[in-house]
Design a protein around this ligand. Sequence first.
Ligand SMILES: *Cc1c(COP(=O)(O)O)cnc(C)c1O
Length: 392
Amino acid sequence: MKRVYMDHAGTTPVRREVLEAMLPYFTERFGNASTIYSYGREAKSAIEEAREKVAHLIGADPREVFFTAGGTESDNWAIRGIAHANKEKGKHIITSSIEHHAVLHTCEDLEKEGFKVTYLPVDKYGLVKVEDVINAITDETILVTIMHANNEIGTIEPIAEIGKALKKLDRKIYFHTDAVQTVGKIPVNVDELGVDLLSISAHKIYGPKGVGALYIRKGTKIKPFMTGGAQENKRRAGTENVPGIVGFGKAAELAEKELMEQYEKLSYLRDKLIKGIMERIPHVILNGHPTQRLPHNVNVCFKYIEGESLLLNLDMKGICASSGSACTSGSLEPSHVLLAIGLPHEIAHGSLRLTLGRDNTEEDVDYVLEVLPGIVEKLRSMSPLFPSKGGN
Ligand SMILES: *Cc1c(COP(=O)(O)O)cnc(C)c1O
């Protein structure tokens, strides 16, 4: 059967070139980077080369890039690390209501320790307003954390504008962004964005799972996330995941090289998919911003059906997609993001996220457009809510 993978915001396959770069670091170059003999030096220089590649992709100094075990750890470190190192200056954090759970649950956890958190609302497209961020600031505010783009609905937030507004204040408030969905997809530059901290994950850009990085601007007061050895400039203890880091570096290098080419290809396929769905299927809502949007993200709600049954039916046709976010599927609560943009529960339940990647072709899009209308129609014909059925 034909298989079409359209869940690249959930994870991506490791590219062949990435795997090949990693392999020697499992076997003949297995050294511990903290040792001084040749094996150790080899591992150390491979890590530093990867650090340069990741730094280059985001316009940072390599000394400001710290490897972690993924996007979740980077978010946790940024938020907890700033909160704990700066709590004598204040205990207030500003975030948005549509963040990834790695941010939201970390903030909720800090509330239990006595921190105050403002969860800003978003408009119907999922945009945070710059004025709302500024108006939420109190004398106690130490950190603003707003994602660069939303993983579910693809809306790109005005991070550079927020960064500018925060710089105008007479007091330093740290600014973190979760850029897991934007790095490698759209241009990301830490100075242009005006951020002090930025989270990245390797497996969203065709690198391995379990590796990521946190960008920490020079001079930022932050606690280490892990204590132990002196790795990562004494900020993140633990023997480095050398093959993973090497793979991440390779993935970053390739992402940078192919960024514009992929941007054009993916946004073309995205627009074709959105247009095709809108034309072929009635009672559909496009979620997220129509233009200020990730090039690979399509998110729609089909009224009168259940996202979960839609996913099962698509899977039977070989199409891999997502409803809500990967972390919430399996629970009956609709996505917090769809609720935050104002959708009622029953509509939020009928959501479908298709996220494109470098291996998707125009034929894949055509296949989805061929199969999807029939599935939606079938599910609606079985739904007691669909208006063409029953007594009303
Ligand atoms: C995937 C994702 C994460 C988590 O990254 P992991 O490397 O899977 O821990 C965090 N934030 C966003 C926006 C993501 O899409």
